[in-house]
Design a protein around this ligand. Structure first.
Ligand SMILES: Cc1ncc(COP(=O)(O)O)c(C=O)c1O
Length: 459
């Protein structure tokens, strides 16, 4: 594949050397595709098949993947939905259902704001299936970052970003303080972009709301400010800005003041080359942590192409690039869980899923409200709780001059038998405690906070 259309877009120049190099060679697919049409006897498929009756007692005359009989005892899915390899970029049916889901998810906003998302359906790639969001984050970072290059992220972030970007890829994270005066630090983000633009021809950010570890979600006004700043900065710098949007906790927004749908949608609609890439998955959205199914969807800009044919080519070129990355790392994603999600979409339906999940969401919302209510009762000038509106966590900052987060967590655990995650990174100005209220029953929250407070008073 020559990537003729892709090379003409600003996206191509944001790729790492690896991203520019990678592709999915057509070899095997070319020959197996041809054999399907032309061969009378085909020996192209690299997984074992046979007549079921030849290896299962009472089996049919169907030509099926050879399988161990006992697997049938554990699932209602058919052997064909469990045993074979999935396509590299994911099962086609799931990809198209996830695209519909992505469009459905945008409607949270449209219902109240009547936002018109003109580009959403046509100018987004088909989602590519990854092995969970983690794998999607890694693949996108590999696509975009060369060793030594910067990706920008708020200081309070999922710790695995550091591991992926710095330890695995050898790139660097340009950090900025998440909050200033209890609001999202837009100025800090802007300065980080300008700083990085001195040494790079592209800007890459990673953002996600609700955020882990703070639970922060912007409100409409803050989101508008972020978008306006990104638009203007992109224009001023004349360099593409890629925004990786980690939507792991997308549906779990509990405060009515916060935006109702991912910032992906609004970023995608703007004309400027602020290019959003959506990373989402079944992990938290469908409460299937072990299923390991995530998706990468790239937002395209209408001015990159001059007709529908180019648009189709661009999409298939990007699919090929991402497939190359999938093929060389995980080969393809879990078939069973892809099939299971297809069944959920088809049998329960999108509205049904949302309704059923609402029960769980309400349970978490009650805990979210309770933990905030109890934390607000603590009168102690050595702590402050970060603004939060959803997700699975809240974050309590500790005065670094008085209390070390690591020591506090140790003390809380030893003396009060309460477990939390301390984050103490003084060079990033973080010293605080992440509380995963998603895993504490509502009835235990007052006792949890009571012990937390008792431990605070010991310092
Ligand atoms: C912000 C964030 N992104 C990504 C992930 C990883 O998601 P997955 O389990 O689908 O790889 C997590 C999981 O904790 C997370 O908190």
């Amino acid at each position: 594949m020559e990537f003729e259309v892709l090379k003409k877009t600003p996206l191509f120049n944001t790729f790492s050397e690896q991203g520019k190099r990678i592709s999915l060679p057509q070899g095997i697919f070319h020959w197996s595709g041809r054999a399907k049409k032309e061969a009378e006897i085909s020996g192209t498929l690299g997984s074992a098949f046979g007549y079921e009756k030849d290896f299962i007692e009472g089996g049919s005359s169907d030509w099926v993947p050879l399988y161990l009989e006992d697997i049938k005892d554990y699932t209602k899915l058919s052997v064909k939905e469990v045993v074979p390899y999935s396509q590299i970029s994911g099962l086609e049916e799931l990809k198209s259902l996830w695209k519909k889901w992505l469009i459905r998810k945008s409607l949270y906003n449209a219902e109240t704001e009547t936002v018109e998302l003109k580009n959403l359906e046509n100018f987004t790639t088909a989602p590519v299936v990854t092995s969970g969001l983690t794998n999607g984050i890694f693949l996108c970072c590999s696509l975009l970052l060369d060793p030594g290059e910067f990706i920008i992220s708020p200081n309070k972030r999922w710790g695995n970003y550091d591991n992926i970007v710095e330890k695995l890829i050898g790139a660097k994270i340009k950090s900025f303080d998440f909050f200033t005066e209890n609001k999202f630090n837009i100025q800090g983000l802007k300065e980080a972009i300008f700083e990085v633009s001195k040494s790079q021809e592209k800007i890459v950010l990673i953002l996600g709301f609700p955020n882990n570890p703070t639970g922060y979600v912007p409100n409409e006004e803050e989101m508008e400010e972020i978008i306006t700043m990104l638009k203007q900065t992109q224009k001023n710098l004349s360099k593409p800005i890629i925004v990786l949007i980690d939507d792991a906790y997308e549906p779990y927004i509990f405060s009515k003041d916060a935006i109702k749908s991912s910032i992906f949608y609004a970023l995608h609609e703007i004309e400027e080359d602020v290019i959003p890439i959506k990373l989402d998955g079944i992990t938290k959205e469908m409460l299937l942590y072990g299923g390991r199914i995530g998706f990468i969807t790239i937002g395209l800009k209408p001015h990159w192409v001059s007709n529908d044919e180019e648009l189709t080519t661009l999409k298939s070129e990007l699919n090929n690039k991402l497939s190359g990355l999938v093929r060389t790392t995980i080969s393809n994603s879990n078939h069973f869980y892809q099939a299971l999600v297809i069944k959920l979409f088809k049998d329960v339906g999108m509205e049904g899923l949302i309704q059923k999940r609402n029960k769980i969401k309400n349970l978490l919302k009650d805990r979210y409200e309770k933990i905030n209510e109890e934390l607000r009762k603590i009168d102690n000038s050595n702590i402050s709780v970060d603004p939060n509106a959803g997700g699975f966590f809240v974050f309590v900052n500790l005065n670094p001059n008085k209390i070390s987060a690591n020591q506090f967590a140790d003390h809380l655990l030893r003396k009060y038998k309460v477990g939390v995650i301390p984050i103490e990174k003084h060079n990033n100005k973080i010293n605080g405690i992440r509380i995963a209220y998603c895993s504490i029953d509502l009835t235990k929250i007052p006792e949890f906070v009571k012990r937390f407070n008792l431990a605070l008073n010991d310092f």
